[in-house]
Design a protein around this ligand. Structure first.
Ligand code: SR1
Ligand code: MG
Length: 408
């Protein structure tokens, strides 16, 4: 039977009810009471709609547009919607219940039907209100350990893993990360960095004119491009996390690909620091303390759980050789520090900034926030092997704050 959804077009809110009825057949919709809206929160790339009926059924439809929302010049393959759907389905196997349920995905309309999580908050929005979540460190460390370890050669059959590398190869989205995260913050080569003008000289000196930093970032870039360690999420910031007091769910896995595990862990650390920046500017002391504790706890729990799961789950005989686990985990911690640093820098000066920092209205407070990010980022990148515990990662933030204050 012919359908108007047999050819790709970018849907709007008037199309999605009919689309949902045609595709989300798992749900017994009450057609007459169905409604659709565009939710308030959205990311930089795609279009999201929430659809519900009067009988308590609901879901999100997420569609990839031809151009990204952030820039009409960027046109990453719309296949990113398939990648996201399939990666979320796999993450659900590794870390059950920690991602939204995917009802369907459709490679023609480049759209998927996803569990309605409107009873959660997007974590970045909650961070901007300085809310705290006691379960977060435990939940996110579990998510990272399970998805990263179980998708790696440590546990997965090597041939199966290579099939997944092939399946989740993602040149366009990797290209975004390789440029926006792992190059442009250090040279503005494509002249699209967003530099806060009062900080321009500082950025010039600290990021654009530091050859020793550039060398370490170059190594991190090549590691990202060549080290197919695990199926990482690839964009694990607070805008990719739904949160409540009693639960956490990770979404938006479209940047997922095989790359170093530390890329995800470092992203979590850096994005907690952006929340700290915002709390500091608002004088929210208890919130800032919670963020520092959460960085410490997330890292300590990650290390503890990874080590325990390694012992339980590793199948590769050579990974059981004495000393290998310690060597492997040191590598993850080095990468965590390095990629926390690049995330701190790119969200401060690159093309895709974070509202945690850009919404700070007072010039001096925004300068302080940006310089904390730049100093902490440099410390992480330049001294990767010094960060072995949660306390080490958290202490870098207070150290960067003290150094930044001295520059103002
Ligand atoms: C062109 S997309 C810019 C950024 O938004 C996404 O969430 C990723 O973080 C990407 O780097
Ligand atoms: Mg995203």
């Amino acid at each position: 039977m012919m359908s108007r959804f047999d050819h790709y077009f970018q849907m709007n809110v008037d199309d999605v009810i009919e689309y949902t009825l045609e595709k989300a057949t798992e749900i017994d919709w009450d057609r007459d009471s169905m409604e659709a809206v565009v939710p308030d929160s959205h990311g930089n790339l795609n279009y999201v709609y929430r659809i519900w009926d009067g009988k308590g059924h609901s879901l999100y439809i997420k569609q990839a547009g031809t151009e990204t929302r952030i820039s009409k010049d960027m046109k990453p393959s719309k296949d990113r919607n398939r990648l996201e759907s399939e990666i979320i389905m796999l993450e659900d196997k590794f870390a059950p219940g920690m991602v939204p349920h995917i009802y369907f995905f459709d490679t023609v309309m480049c759209a998927c039907g996803m569990e309605d999580c409107s009873d959660f908050m997007v974590m970045r929005d909650a961070m901007l209100r300085h809310e705290t979540f006691p379960r977060f460190a435990d939940d996110i460390s579990t998510f990272m350990v399970e998805t990263l370890l179980l998708s790696s050669d440590l546990v997965m059959d090597h041939k199966e893993k290579k099939e997944l590398i092939r399946k989740f190869i993602s040149p366009d989205l990797c290209d975004i990360t390789e440029k926006l995260v792992l190059m442009e913050p250090y040279n503005d080569l494509n002249q699209r960095n967003n530099v806060f003008v009062p900080n321009a000289d500082f950025i010039e000196r600290e990021l654009y004119n530091d050859p020793a930093l550039h060398l370490e970032v170059a190594k991190l870039k090549f590691k990202f491009m060549t080290d197919a360690q695990a199926l990482m999420h690839g964009d694990l910031h607070t805008g990719s996390i739904f949160i409540r007091q009693d639960a956490t769910k990770v979404f938006d896995s479209e940047f997922g690909t095989y790359a170093p595990m530390g890329y995800d862990v470092g992203n979590v650390v850096a994005n907690l620091i952006f929340a700290y920046d915002n709390g500091l500017a608002a004088g929210a002391t208890a919130f800032c303390d919670w963020i520092l504790e959460t960085i410490e706890k997330t890292m300590d729990l990650f290390i503890e759980k990874f080590s325990k799961r390694f012992d339980e789950a590793v199948t590769e005989p050579m990974a059981k050789v004495s000393g290998f686990k310690e060597w492997y985990m040191e590598g993850i911690l080095n990468d965590t520090a390095g990629y926390a640093g690049t995330e701190l820098h790119r969200r401060t000066v690159g093309m895709a900034n974070v509202v945690d920092v850009t919404s700070i209205a007072d010039e001096q407070k925004r300068l302080l926030a940006e310089r904390i990010n730049i100093f902490a980022g440099k410390d992480y990148i330049m001294h990767q092997s010094s960060f072995r515990t949660g306390a080490d990662f958290a202490a870098a933030v207070t150290k960067a704050k003290e150094a930044a204050e001295k520059t103002l």
